[in-house]
Design a protein around this ligand. Sequence first.
Ligand code: GRF
Length: 216
Amino acid sequence: MAKARVAVLISGGGTNMAALLYAAKRPDSPYEVVLVASNNPDAEGLKLAQAEGVATFAQSHVGLKRVDHDEIMHNHITKAGAAYVVLAGYMRILSESFVEKWDGRMLNIHPSLLPKYTGLHTHQRAIDAGDSVAGCSVHLVTADLDEGPLLGQMEVAVLPNDTADSLAERVKIAEHQLYPRTLADYVSRATDPDYLTSKVREIALAQPEADEVVSH
Ligand code: GRF
């Protein structure tokens, strides 16, 4: 079975990108990373991707309109033959047209148990709220920031002496477990008979006067 081709977008250290990349080295991985792209030419993660033999691309957003920058990224992603875009610490708000082009095929990871704490400073907010549990979420990207359909979550206990940094460090460990697994499950849906049957059923039952009868 051909592996799903994935482009990972980063802006910084890229530890999630690394987790995705190393998980993809398993022979049974249903996806492969064909491109690591960044809006930050100095992103540390680019060096790692290069060293691992993955194609990289960087285009600074400075001085470019958001739509124009997104268009350049989109062109490179499609040129690499990617079928999915995976955001991993990509610190850019995306234009509506980019989000539309990758509708249903773009994932993001966020360091909170969504719908709690969209946006920034998630760890401090969890600590300030006295939460006993924090965590991370993988979701599909839609026009609303951090609000697309959830694909997976992992809880992380908050320790009594946690600071935002110590909690962030543990949440990252969870992120590195959650993201590759969730991505693998998501791209595998296209060949999963149960998923395909449920889709067919959904479409069929949405027809006027449709009914379901068990056949023998
Ligand atoms: C992660 O905490 C992720 O949840 C958020 O950005 C951070 C990226 O970290 N979206 P890294 O670059 O993958 O280490």
